[in-house]
Design a protein around this ligand. Structure first.
Ligand code: GLU
Length: 459
């Protein structure tokens, strides 16, 4: 069975088959063969590596922990994508996520291919020393296939600057005298990381919403008012009034998107609900996001879960079940937790008319079709959460140049890149019946196909 993203690639290619302006040199049977080749190249990874990490624990036991690195496609450049530490990691999921990275990088003209790694652990159950061993052993076991011009990992769920610093240190040990600064991105600033990398994904997520609602619609207001497209109507309906936002996940992505909204002077938005693995916090008048960020920074990333904790920190909110955030009556829902959060069994309970995917794959394909049929506008992962890998690219460049950009320069370059992608896609999206996700996939599949054609890969 085709993977989740394999299925979307197939749909996109089907939509392009009869468009003769795309790959115009192919016709008849030759065209069919070229499309079949494209589909098989894009729906399968180039390499899947699995290894068991030998990890001696502090209590004297030795574990063998399964770990993966999937290299999906490198037509555009070296493989690139995060390494996640999570107990639900499995091979198929890593393949899916590596595929998404190929498509995401090509969409935004980031000169990287797609890869992804994973280690099957719950990092909260390990000591810092053990996590250090896991990170180093990962690099030892995959060292042959990693490198600044081969495959460049970055943080993902359960990993961050600390792990990237350890990993780059180990890469340098294993390959003395070789360039190493570009071997990992998302490192700490002291260690060659880029200013603004940690905030990049969350900032980019909020920027896609802000750009669509504030800039793009305002600049094309007349056209929008006449536009009968169901998504154009949904978007127009979200302009010129206060928007309430619910955010699932208050980690690196969700908390930064929440702060962006809290501090935004362009769009009138109010974050009324945030959630994490324990609770949903709700306040119809708007939550004090700065106080919540301050709280989580002192409590291992967790939101307050009791009335006492809330009142001691001067935070006004009702405590609700952690899943409630998905079903509240907010205008916008930002999904910044894990995959498959909205699926066919709960999609009917979702009330928000705009959804932004901060996490990778938080809506299943079935649920996504249902939402689109109802005119719910989903800004998909491939577009919305690319800020992380875009700033990873800037970090990689800065490592090569050993010249560093200011935080403001990084933000300006990030927004410019995301704006270019949106300007390329929005006019068509608001004119045709396809959801934004499909528009993005059609664009990126066209770019990748053209590159592979030029590389002579379709014969
Ligand atoms: N893990 C992030 C993603 O899924 C960032 C990857 C990177 O920076 O290479 O997009």
């Amino acid at each position: 069975m085709a993977s989740k993203y394999g299925e979307i690639v197939e749909e996109s290619l089907n939509a392009l088959l009869n468009d003769t302006s795309f790959l115009p040199n192919f016709s008849g049977d030759e065209r069919k063969n070229a499309f079949t080749s494209l589909e098989s190249i894009l729906s399968t990874p180039n390499q899947i590596q699995k290894s068991f990490l030998r990890v001696p624990l502090e209590n004297g036991k030795i574990l063998r922990i399964p770990a993966f690195r999937v290299q999906h496609n490198n037509a555009v450049g070296p493989y690139k994508g995060g390494i996640r530490f999570h107990e639900t990691v499995e091979e198929d999921e890593v393949i899916n996520l590596a595929t998404l990275m190929t498509l995401k990088n090509a969409l935004h003209d980031v000169p990287f291919g797609g890869g992804k790694g994973g280690v099957v652990i719950n990092p909260r159950e390990f000591s810092e020393k053990e996590l250090h061993t896991i990170s180093k052993t990962y690099v030892q076991n995959f060292s042959d296939i990693l490198g600044p011009d081969k495959d460049i990992p970055a943080p993902d769920v359960g990993t961050g600057e600390r792990e990237m610093d350890w990993m780059m240190g180990e890469f340098k040990n294993i390959h003395p005298g070789r360039p190493y600064r570009g071997s990992f991105t998302g490192k700490s600033q002291m260690n060659g990381g880029s200013l603004g990398r940690r905030e990049a994904t969350g900032k980019g997520v909020y920027f896609t919403l802000r750009y669509m609602i504030h800039n793009f619609i305002n600049e094309n207001e007349g056209w929008f008012k006449e536009n009968e497209n169901r998504f154009a109507k949904t978007a127009l309906n979200h302009t010129k009034r206060e928007l309430t936002i619910g955010i699932q996940g208050f980690g690196n992505v969700g908390s930064v998107a929440a702060l962006e909204s809290y501090q935004c002077n362009y769009l009138n938005t109010k974050v009324v609900a945030v959630s994490d693995r324990n609770v949903t916090l709700y306040n119809g008048d708007g939550l004090d996001i700065e106080a919540l960020v301050d709280f989580t920074s002192k409590h291992n990333g967790d939101l307050p879960t009791t009335k006492e904790a809330l009142s001691q920190n001067g935070i006004k909110a009702d405590i609700q079940d952690r899943a409630d955030v998905l079903y509240l009556d907010t205008d916008v829902l930002i999904l910044a937790a894990l995959e498959d959060q909205i699926h066919e069994d709960n999609v009917d309970k979702v009330k928000a008319r705009m959804i932004v995917e901060g996490a990778n794959g938080p809506i299943t394909l079935g649920a996504d079709r249902k939402l689109s049929d109802e005119g719910v506008l989903v800004i998909p992962d491939i577009l919305a959460n690319a800020g992380g890998v875009i700033v990873s690219y800037f970090e990689w460049l800065q490592g090569r140049e050993t010249q560093f950009y200011s935080e403001e320069e990084v933000s300006t370059m990030l927004f410019k890149k995301m704006k270019e992608t949106m300007d390329e896609i929005f006019p068509q999206f608001f004119s045709d019946p396809f959801p934004l996700r499909q528009n993005c996939y059609i664009h990126t599949v066209m770019k990748l196909s053209d590159i592979m054609y030029r590389h002579g890969k379709l014969y």
